[in-house]
Design a protein around this ligand. Structure first.
Ligand code: DQA
Length: 145
């Protein structure tokens, strides 16, 4: 079974109550359930994590080498600021799928640039929490069978 790491950055633990007009009413636990269901259907073993700390995300990405076949990442605000997460991802030899619940390109200017997008294999934005499900479907296409 292929192991896929799904990483979530800061404030995504507040999904459901955080700006629901932008991010919707599903909680991060709901997103995890969606990912686990899709993972089961696609024969993926899902490791689903969230952190508010840049260094913790960097360490998880470093540890992913050799353990996972692919990574799905919503780095949240760190998307637009973190060279450290960019550098950690650069060391991975696996598909990297960047996900955003909203479409940052249609929001404030400071969300338009993505350090993750510079090296992502695929990017899914503006599909709500279903973007995570779509990312797992995309992962099937990207992984050699
Ligand atoms: C987000 C978009 C980011 O700009 C923002 O900082 C987030 C969530 C999204 O999923 O739409 O925290 O990554």
């Amino acid at each position: 079974m292929e192991k896929i790491l799904i990483l979530n950055g800061p404030n995504l633990n507040m999904l459901g109550m955080r700006e629901p007009e932008i991010y919707g009413h599903d909680t991060l636990d709901d997103v995890e359930v969606l990912c686990r269901e899709k993972g089961r259907a696609l024969d993926f073993k899902i490791d689903f994590r969230q952190s508010n700390h840049e260094g913790e995300l960097v360490e998880w990405i470093q540890e992913a080498r050799g353990l996972f076949r692919g990574i799905v990442i919503n780095a949240a605000a760190y998307t637009h600021t973190s060279v450290a997460i960019h550098d950690a991802l650069k060391m991975l030899d696996m598909p990297i799928i960047e996900v955003h619940i909203s479409n940052p390109a249609t929001r404030e200017e400071f969300r338009h640039f993505s350090y993750i997008g510079l090296l992502a294999t695929a990017v899914i934005v503006g599909e709500g929490v279903q973007g995570y499900v779509q990312a797992l479907e995309k992962m099937v296409e990207l992984l050699p069978s």
